[in-house]
Design a protein around this ligand. Structure first.
Ligand SMILES: [Ca+2]
Ligand SMILES: [Ca+2]
Length: 156
């Protein structure tokens, strides 16, 4: 967060500009010698949209969580959550951590909403490149997978 600038009330640009890698990847290192990915479900179709009302932003995130036959059979407990990020040239900024939700291995479409002020989204001069990462974590193995949305530009 730097160069905090006076908020200029411009209209939201909301342009889909892409650029965030969207491939899903296991983020927990596998045990030596293992060739199979540990079960952790899957995250697909992550989208974010934003609605501005004055100084308030309502961000809506949609995504799907899926499980294989084996993951359903094993019946591990899972957690799912969404974090909001702001993209930068070097290190992206974590803007907001979402609430972790306990789920079972049942495929489901999920919607998460965040109500945020312009101030809390405004981390740099000019517009912000906002995207989300959606996660699902196998609470028994500790393995988690994530997928990012495309980024949207917000004029805050
Ligand atoms: Ca940025
Ligand atoms: Ca800004």
């Amino acid at each position: 967060m730097r160069n905090r600038k006076t908020i200029v009330c411009t209209a939201a640009i909301l342009a889909l500009v892409g650029g965030v890698p969207t491939t899903s990847a296991a983020t927990t290192p596998q045990a030596a010698g293992r060739t199979l990915v540990l079960p952790a479900g899957s995250v697909t179709g992550v989208t974010i949209s934003a609605q501005q009302t004055g100084e308030r932003w309502d961000l809506t995130v949609n995504y799907s969580v899926g499980f294989s036959f084996f993951e359903k059979r094993d019946g591990h407990p899972y957690e799912t959550w969404v974090d909001i990020w702001e993209q930068d040239a070097a290190d992206d900024d974590l803007v907001k951590r979402g609430r972790h939700v306990n789920i079972g291995p049942e495929p489901q479409g999920r919607t998460t909403t965040f109500r945020m002020s312009s101030d809390s989204l405004d981390g740099e001069e000019g517009a912000e490149e906002i995207y989300v990462r959606a996660f699902v974590k196998d609470m028994e193995t500790g393995t988690q997978v994530q997928q990012s949305s495309r980024r949207i530009q917000l004029g805050v």
